[in-house]
Design a protein around this ligand. Structure first.
Ligand code: ATP
Ligand code: MG
Length: 550
């Protein structure tokens, strides 16, 4: 495992502990329950929970649920499951909606201090008054209402007397501020007719994220509120709210670069579209970069944590290569995955000199470098399967597999020779007849050089399975950049091998164990699907990076 980078956020924390600013570090992970978590969230989870662990601090899970129109309780449960799966436990769980009553009281305080006002402009008018990057905004005609009027109007907003969009509560900051976020930002808006997954119909006004977040952080005693770079421009507002409500000590917002990964998308909005339009089978489609999808595909959560450590935490946005994720999982699985034999496109081979009533028992180590992983038993029989790709009628010397009249070693078993091809009426090869050399078990035949080794499965004990091979979901590094996202989808992101056969030991395979199918890649049994009663195996990753030069 790579060492955890001592990045700028950890350096800041060291300073804050050394100076006595904080005795204990508290962080939080604040997902909005409007979709499944993806690898970008994993970066934030590993960052926040990692700091909590390493500094003997505490990390809360807080559902940022101020926008009930897009949220769902089902996502709450899914997010909890994903965080646990990644290996973390939260100290406290909160919903931003737990603070709705407190947030309302703080808003009243802001009004009492002359720091907030009820504005009757509609959304379009607010926008028109806002100005631009080069021009200051203009004051709302409602900006100088009396405190008493504002208190009364805000109470009536809450009581449900006004229609959606007819009024807002705004902070009274500075319509000429160079930072547009400080031009009297909206704190509350009216939303009738929504049923919030936590608070039901108790509220018809909802606080905005920029108002809710700093107060929620402060109420939980968060010391370092870590968020992605696009919130840097919101930090002055974060600080303004806490300052004007006299919070002390105040949490410190620190921004870091969001994770962008090539050949995929890390945005709930775009992932939601892929799911909603049916381009994938669901949030847990194994091709998605969601934690549910990666889990189903067979990614160990430790490989995802390792990936997050490798990419580190910086202040500059960048595009991380998908190859980095794949090498993190390969490096781990190479060490841990038991080896198995699977034939994805079977070609039957009849070993004519092997008796039909005989079953040979062979032992094969589970891992070439790790005796501690033990061994499994293979059976050998007169009929076996090899992969169609491992036989050619004729081939040049570069082809180190089986050709007619040539020899190849069956992994962990004998050297066989291909003697004869059996075809069906259409000329398709349906069977191969060959012979095995009984003297070659575990040793090379005297005087002959056998160059290739291929995997095989005994027909007598084969486990039938469907194997799914996944490729990148998109065919370009930055999907949606030059054209619509959907146009960039890779049409070959899923290939199915419906007639695969697996060695018998996989009949008892546990669903959560990734295996290396020799010469084919790393595979894991699907958590949810079967195909016509057969187990489904997902390819987690190929053995090599096949995209490097292409
Ligand atoms: P999306 O853009 O996918 O909708 P989001 O920021 O709206 O993401 P939230 O549920 O609000 O999603 O995010 C929860 C936390 O995860 C936030 O602190 C956010 O900064 C962080 N996060 C989200 N996406 C990424 C990413 N790609 N890289 C790093 N952190 C991320
Ligand atoms: Mg968000």
């Amino acid at each position: 495992m790579s060492e955890v980078q001592h990045h700028f956020i950890r350096q800041q924390i060291d300073q804050d502990l050394a100076s006595g600013k904080h005795q204990q570090i508290r962080t939080r992970f604040p997902p909005e329950p409007n979709g499944s978590l993806h690898l970008g969230h994993a970066k934030s989870i590993v960052l926040n929970f990692g700091i909590g662990q390493d500094y003997a601090g505490r990390t809360n899970l807080r559902f940022d649920d101020t926008n009930p129109a897009r949220e769902d309780a089902a996502y709450v449960a899914a997010i909890q499951q994903d965080i646990r799966w990644l290996g973390y436990t939260w100290h406290e769980q909160h919903f931003a909606s737990d603070y709705f009553a407190a947030l309302y009281d703080y808003a009243v305080q802001l009004i009492q201090r002359g720091k907030a006002y009820v504005c009757d402009l509609n959304a379009e008018q607010v926008r028109a008054h806002r100005g631009s990057l080069t021009e200051p905004g203009t004051d709302s005609p409602y900006r100088n209402r009396s405190i008493a009027d504002n208190l009364a109007l805000f109470a009536r907003m809450r009581a449900g007397e006004y229609a959606d969009g007819s009024r807002t509560l705004r902070a009274k900051i500075d319509m000429a501020a160079p930072n547009i976020n400080l031009r009297d930002p909206t704190l509350y808006r009216i939303r009738h007719g929504l049923v919030h997954h936590q608070t039901g119909e108790a509220w018809c006004i909802y606080p905005l994220y920029d108002y809710t977040h700093p107060i929620s952080d402060a109420l939980e005693g968060i010391t370092h509120s870590l968020c992605t770079l696009e919130f840097a421009d919101h930090r002055p507002l974060y600080d303004w709210i806490l300052h004007n409500l006299d919070f002390d000590p105040r949490p410190q917002q620190i921004e870091f670069a969001r994770l962008n990964l090539s050949y995929t998308v890390l945005s709930k909005r775009r992932l939601t579209r892929l799911v909603a339009e049916g381009h994938v089978t669901g949030w847990d489609d194994p091709r998605l970069p969601t934690l549910a999808g990666l889990r189903r595909r067979g990614y160990p959560s430790s490989a995802i944590r390792e990936f997050c450590h490798r990419i580190g935490v910086t202040r500059a946005d960048s595009l991380v290569e998908m190859a980095m994720l794949e090498s993190a999982v390969r490096d781990e699985l190479d060490q841990t995955a038991p080896r198995r034999m699977a034939v994805l496109n079977p070609l039957k081979v009849v070993i004519t000199n092997y008796p039909a009533d005989q079953t040979g028992t062979l032992t094969a180590p589970n891992h070439p470098k790790r005796d501690d992983l033990g061994a499994r038993t293979l059976t050998f029989s007169r009929e076996i399967y090899i992969d169609q790709a491992d036989f050619r009628e004729t081939a040049n010397k570069k082809y180190k597999r089986l050709v007619l009249g040539g020899e190849v070693r069956l992994r962990h078993a004998y050297v066989i020779r291909a003697d004869q091809i059996i075809r069906d009426d259409t000329g398709q090869i349906i069977e191969l007849q060959g012979t095995c050399d009984p003297a070659t078990l575990g040793k090379n035949p005297a005087g002959r050089k056998v160059r290739g080794v291929i995997q095989w499965v005994s027909a007598a004990t084969a486990v039938q399975a469907e194997v799914r091979l996944y490729d990148r979901l998109f065919q370009v590094p930055e999907p949606g950049k030059k054209q619509d996202l959907i146009t960039d989808l890779n049409p070959d992101s899923l290939q199915t091998r419906p007639d695969a056969v697996l060695e018998a030991s996989l009949a008892q395979a546990e669903v959560t164990i990734p295996y290396q199918f020799e010469r084919e890649g790393y595979f894991c049994r699907d958590i949810t699907d079967t195909a016509n009663g057969k187990p489904v195996y997902n390819r987690i990753v190929s053995l090599r990076d096949t995209w490097q030069n292409g």
